[in-house]
Design a protein around this ligand. Structure first.
Ligand SMILES: [Zn+2]
Ligand SMILES: [Zn+2]
Length: 447
């Protein structure tokens, strides 16, 4: 048996021996869901396992993030294994927090179980002396892009600069010492065929808060004295819809506005109407182009009705590019546990993740692995198969780390040699900050 095979076997055995503990982590986090940037209990659970595994860690990164390092005996690249701490809001989920409505309906509890299983296995098997480079175990906050106003409040208070965890961690420099990053997201047979798979890429996006401000008046007696903000919003939605012809198919543009406030009382001309939307596309250029059309539609509607529009634009996630060399390594390793014929090449995804931001800067892998039942973000979602949902991701992450960093990190060096980052960290921060500056295009009072 080669040294690499011996290391793999030792770590696999160590993880298998902790099967019950790993499942317990996944299920107890499932029962204690917390929304992004508020994942205090979940972060404490992570710290507890790091402590028990003898790992040195930093805590409180981007409010709740926890980062441990396992140092190899020789210099080499640093591979981050990541798990996301946050839940999202699905109040009707049977295991939702009754106070906050938070529920683990995206399987991030399984990511933390997988991350901590890999950490226990690699640290407790004592393989680091045979590795060149470091393994970082990174529990990251706030992947789901929710509670936008709450998070804008954090930005305004100076507690964060960005709205998602990985964005904030990049900004704060906590990825400066990381060369590549890997995570595994749960999926379910109700959503995707096969036992595992990978989309080559996902959409990026920006988000918008919009307020049309008109003039209230008695809707029966003096409607002519009012300026109807709801009519302006309706015109804006029509004008946005009329733009859809101009979006190229290959850009995969998605604009999906909602009205979050439609007026106050039925017998008063609506004076304030609020909308939110994402503007998504396959590239930054495409979503910035679509966004300028959305802004034009909003402005035009305000002009038509003689009301005012306030537009706040917030940076969302950048498109994800999965690294092909890491993808191959994932397929080989996960295939050993799930059978190679369970692998599926998914098509480009219209959804988004903040792993996308990281993937502009370094090689990143964000594959899917089955184990759940139900559909993401819905009330029927749960980890149905504990072995595949919690333990197999731990083994796969750990095996990938060994493959990358054993034998003088030859495979990790190959990943780095074949990777071209699309931007530097400074370019990334400037790109995202420039979207904040599109903010507060406080429109026209056109009366
Ligand atoms: Zn999700
Ligand atoms: Zn998710």
């Amino acid at each position: 048996m080669s040294q690499r095979e011996t290391l793999r076997q030792q770590v696999c055995d160590a993880i298998a021996a902790r099967h019950d503990a790993i499942v317990d982590i996944g299920e107890s986090i499932m029962d204690a869901p917390e929304l992004g940037f508020k994942e205090q209990r979940t972060a404490e659970c992570v710290q507890q396992v790091f402590r028990e595994s003898g790992l040195v860690f930093e805590e409180g990164l981007a409010i709740t993030g926890v980062k441990a390092v396992l140092r190899g005996s020789r210099p080499g690249p640093t591979v981050a294994l990541m798990g996301e701490l946050d839940a999202l809001q699905v109040p009707d989920h049977p295991r939702a927090d009754p106070q906050t409505g938070a529920a683990h309906a995206c399987g991030h509890n399984a990511q933390i179980a997988g991350l901590l299983g890999a950490a226990m296995g690699l640290a407790q098997a004592g393989v680091q002396q045979h590795l060149a480079g470091n393994v970082v175990f990174f529990a990251v906050p706030a992947e789901e892009y929710v509670e936008i106003n709450y998070r804008l409040g954090l930005v305004k208070q100076g507690r964060t600069s960005f709205l998602t965890g990985k964005q904030e961690l990049i900004h704060l420099g906590h990825f400066d010492d990381v060369d590549m990053a890997i995570m595994i997201h749960s999926t379910s047979p109700d959503v995707a065929e096969g036992s595992m798979g990978l989309a080559p890429s996902t959409n990026g996006f920006l988000a918008k808060n919009i307020r049309f401000l008109g003039t209230a008046s008695h809707a029966g007696v003096f409607p002519e004295r009012g300026v109807n903000a709801l009519n302006a919003a309706q015109l804006a939605l029509s004008a946005i819809n009329a733009q859809r012809d101009t979006f190229r198919d290959e850009d995969c543009v998605r604009v999906h506005p909602i009205i979050t406030k439609g007026g106050d009382l039925v017998n008063i001309v609506p004076a304030e109407v609020c909308l939110e939307t994402y503007v998504r596309a396959k590239t930054s250029d495409a979503f910035l182009d679509a966004d300028s059309k959305v802004d034009r539609a909003l402005r035009g509607a305000a002009v038509a009705m003689g009301c005012r529009v306030e537009i706040e634009t917030v940076p969302g996630n950048l498109p994800l590019r999965n690294d092909p060399v890491l993808a191959h390594l994932f397929r080989e390793n996960a295939g050993q546990f799930l059978g190679g014929n369970g692998y599926r090449e998914y098509s480009h995804s219209g959804g988004s993740t903040d792993a996308g931001d990281l993937s502009q800067l370094m090689p990143v892998l964000h594959p899917m692995m089955t184990g759940a039942a139900g559909a993401h973000h819905q009330t029927d979602w749960k980890i149905a198969d504990f072995e595949t949902g919690y333990v197999t991701p731990a083994k796969t992450l750990a095996m990938m780390a060994i493959d990358l960093l054993s034998e003088d990190a030859a495979v990790a060096r190959k990943v780095l040699a074949s990777h071209n980052p699309t931007m530097t960290k400074d370019e990334y921060l400037e790109h995202q900050q420039s979207i904040f500056r599109r903010e507060s295009f406080v429109g026209t009072q056109c009366e």
